[in-house]
Design a protein around this ligand. Structure first.
Ligand code: ADP
Length: 424
């Protein structure tokens, strides 16, 4: 058993995004849902990378820490050579964390005094310059992330955001060092560590910067970042003779027969546009947190409605709403309760859809995907072909031996026609 890379992802769509990047770079990768309870499975014998998907982004920081440490313990037992803590390319966090507290706990458990932070994902418009995170042409704090229902991001300066969540000093590896190449980046790590800096945010604007950074972190036991940070990691293992040359033939086939559906619980800008596109073309059912707070009636109605529309062409069941509507629901129900009601409804509807013959399901939203995948009893995901950057089809295992293809889409990923193109 020689798992080279072990990753801990703070949400399920992010885990899939990372697994997708690794598969496309020729690493055979399995995504596990939560920390496995049993011994290490024989199915993992031929795997190069394991991504443990947690739903730990918005839970209390102490819980996120304990789940992440359990994931680390499992990965260490599996003998991984390097650990990657994966979070969103928009650095989604609450004022209490959870990125900083989890990273510091992993550092302590692994006995390391220094790690790096790089959520850049240039292909999806996330770049970092002078420590500021940009989404497309504007700052993170001026993007739709400002209005996120659970993790509104109102400061684009990652050094400042991280410093508010950590106990030890935070520094920056500037773009000039990244441009100068892996050895200059490593010198910068050394300089920061000597000056007592424990956490270094790293600038990166293009994929080539991420490849250089990837090479520079070969010797770090613990690294943290978005899926873009994984671009340069497989080459390190190849240089060490641990990973053969392979294309993305590691991808599994997700072309299953059966009915299709889209469940949307993200209120991110890209998902709202995808909802509008789909609504103009296919049958849809709108969920409303205020109605869900009244009891089960809307869930039952959604499933009854779906039964009359299911087939090879997808239908849409969505709670997605514009910022004003989300705020109105949150004012009445509270932020957490509104989110939990929608997540529980999507989870129950997903189970109902599968009982009614759905075998290919797109879920929009990180937390939403987490709720659905847990409700379906999925324990692992094999990674299939990419639909759009960061979003592959996956094939689920567990769930009572069910054959089910899932595409878990992070809220802000995918083109406007994503929901229909996924099934094309
Ligand atoms: P993203 O990937 O865009 O961050 P998530 O699913 O992670 O999406 O988060 C969206 C959150 O918003 C979820 O907790 C979901 O339950 C909640 N939500 C969805 N629709 C509504 C709504 N209409 N009102 C309030 N909260 C909502």
């Amino acid at each position: 058993m020689a798992i080279l890379l072990g990753a801990i992802a703070d949400d399920f769509t992010g885990a899939t995004d990372l697994a997708n990047t690794l598969v496309r770079q020729g690493m055979r990768t399995v995504q596990l849902i939560d920390v496995p309870t049993g011994p290490i499975d024989a199915a993992l014998e031929d795997v190069d990378a394991v991504v443990i998907a947690l739903k730990s982004r918005t839970i209390p920081a102490a819980d996120a820490v304990s789940r992440s440490l359990a994931a680390l313990a499992w990965l260490q037992t599996a003998g991984v050579r390097q650990v990657l803590f994966k979070y969103c390319s928009t650095f989604d966090s609450t004022p209490q964390g959870n990125i900083g507290p989890v990273a510091e706990a992993l550092m302590t458990a692994m006995g390391v005094d220094f790690t790096i932070y790089c959520p850049a994902f240039p292909e999806n418009g996330r770049t970092i310059f002078k420590g500021y995170l940009f989404v497309g042409d504007g700052l993170l704090s001026e993007s739709g992330m400002r209005d996120h229902p659970l993790t509104p991001m109102t400061d684009a300066n990652l050094v400042r955001v991280l410093a508010a969540q950590t106990t030890r000093p935070v520094g920056l590896v500037p773009l000039s060092a990244v441009l100068a190449g892996p050895s200059a980046i490593r010198s910068e790590f050394g300089r920061l560590e000597l000056s007592g800096t424990a956490h270094a945010v790293v600038d990166a604007v293009t994929d080539s910067h991420l490849h250089r950074l990837g090479e520079a972190v070969a010797g770090l036991k613990l690294i943290t970042g978005g899926s873009g940070l994984a671009l340069g990691l497989p080459a390190n293992f190849r240089r060490q003779g641990l990973l053969p040359e392979r294309g993305d033939d590691a991808a599994v086939s997700a072309d299953l027969p059966g009915a299709t559906a889209v469940l949307s619980g993200s209120c991110s800008v890209a998902t709202l546009a995808q909802n509008a596109h789909m609504r103009a073309r296919r049958p849809f059912f709108q969920l409303d947190p205020l109605a869900l707070a009244e009891g089960d009636a809307q869930i039952v109605a959604a499933l009854d409605w779906a039964a009359g529309h299911l087939g090879r062409e997808p239908i849409l069941i969505s709670a997605s709403a514009a910022p004003e509507a989300v705020r109105a629901a949150q004012d009445k129900l509270g932020r957490e309760r509104a989110g939990a009601l929608v997540e529980q409804a999507l989870a129950r509807i997903a189970r109902g859809l599968v009982e009614r013959g759905v075998r290919r399901l797109v879920v929009a939203g990180g937390e939403s995907s987490g709720a659905v995948v847990q409700a379906l009893g999925v324990t692992a995901l094999g990674i299939g072909k990419q639909i759009d950057p960061g979003v592959p089809w996956t094939v689920a295992s567990g769930g009572g031996g069910l054959s089910l293809a899932l595409a878990l889409k992070s809220g802000n990923f995918g083109g406007e026609d994503f929901f229909l193109r996924a099934f094309a």
